[in-house]
Design a protein around this ligand. Structure first.
Ligand code: PLP
Ligand code: COI
Length: 338
């Protein structure tokens, strides 16, 4: 695609050539259908529109240094979509069908996979929605699984430079026994107002606290939180956050680099003790956090005093990127060549 300025791509929607759809009807999944239409034609009483029977995934395909296109851990996203589907009583998509669809949609849109070295990738957005009509609060008997793609640049305009975030106490993203661990639209709806206010107040993202006690760091907007101190990678163990595949991979990379890894609650006061902190996710990759402002108390925690990402965050970022772009041996077997 010669007319795309890959280097300045935002994290947004750009029309590509094809998307895929697959329907669950009469108790079975049909064939994967290729479509060039960006619109879905669904019943107005579909359960996804009224009762939130909706889940999605996010993953990336990268053009490597060798010209090959690699998908990062699609099977993990497939397993998570299965969890999300069960969480809101939807028909799960078989993981093999999920991975096949992801490979196929990337192949069909290969001309939109950004060239190597431009800091961009092809983002895949698989989604599962209840499309059967119901007026009573009941699960649908029919589902649509669809996957579209769009080439993207960094989620935060800062890229791999430190971002400012804000702790919010007057909004919760997820209830203690709610749906926080599923990748369902309702959690994002619940986070919109806090994130929007944060943006207006000058922050790139917000940190949600645990909803029950308001004592621990929970989710970093659309990403997981991590902190680094004393050669240890620490990240929240919470039932109300998404099990980030990026975070899972960073924990493996950190252990491989000789760091200790701790998955546990992180009390807010511990923010004073971290040498580096960051947000991680498919879209956010690693976004180093330069400062955290507690909106209610006014306390500010500062990191990256030289304006740059910390040493360990940088090493983690570089390793992850090098594996995804085929520069470094994929010793964990994470990449799926398309
Ligand atoms: N947390 C939330 C709320 C997210 O939306 C995402 C993005 O998918 C993540 C964490 C990071 O998860 P992953 O690394 O699997 O993309
Ligand atoms: C992702 O990182 O893939 C996400 O889904 C985060 C956000 C864009 C919803």
């Amino acid at each position: 695609m010669s007319n795309i300025d890959w280097k300045s791509l935002p994290f947004g929607y750009l029309k590509t050539d094809y998307n895929l759809r697959c329907y669950f009807k009469n108790g079975q999944w049909g064939d994967l259908e290729v479509s060039a239409d960006e619109n879905l034609n669904i019943h107005m009483a579909s359960t996804c529109l009224h009762y939130g029977q909706e889940a999605f995934e996010g993953m990336k395909a990268f053009r490597g240094i060798d010209g090959k296109v690699r998908l990062f851990r699609p099977e993990e996203n497939g397993k998570r979509l299965e969890l999300s589907a069960n969480g809101v009583m939807m028909q799960p998509v078989p993981v093999e069908l999920f991975v096949e669809a992801c490979k196929k949609v990337v192949k069909l849109n290969e001309r939109f996979v950004p060239p190597y070295g431009e800091g961009a990738s092809l983002y895949l957005r698989p989604m599962l929605i209840g499309v059967g009509p119901q007026v009573g609060v009941k699960a649908s008997a029919e589902y649509m699984f669809a996957v579209f793609v769009t080439p993207v640049g960094p989620y935060f305009k800062e890229g791999f430079n430190p971002i400012k975030v804000q702790i919010v106490r007057d909004y919760d993203r997820a209830a203690p026994l709610g749906t926080g661990t599923f990748k369902v639209g309702g959690n994002y709806a619940a986070s919109l107002a806090a994130i929007d206010r944060g943006h207006k107040e000058g922050y790139s993202s917000v940190l949600f606290l645990d909803a029950k006690e308001k004592k621990y760091i929970d989710e970093a907007g659309p990403a997981n939180f991590f902190g680094i101190k004393n050669n240890t990678y620490v990240t929240p163990d919470s039932h109300t956050i998404l099990r980030s595949i990026t975070n899972m991979s960073l924990r493996e990379l950190a252990a491989d680099m000789g760091l200790k890894v701790e998955l546990r609650s992180i009390p807010i006061e511990e923010l004073d003790t971290f040498e580096e902190v960051g947000a991680c996710g498919t879209a956010a990759v690693i976004s180093p956090i330069g400062s955290i402002t507690d909106r209610e108390t006014g306390k500010v925690y500062e990191y990256c005093k030289d304006g740059k990402a910390g040493k360990i965050s940088t090493q983690l970022y570089e390793r992850l990127r090098a594996i995804q772009e085929g520069e470094m041996e994929d010793k964990f077997g994470w990449n799926v060549i398309v």
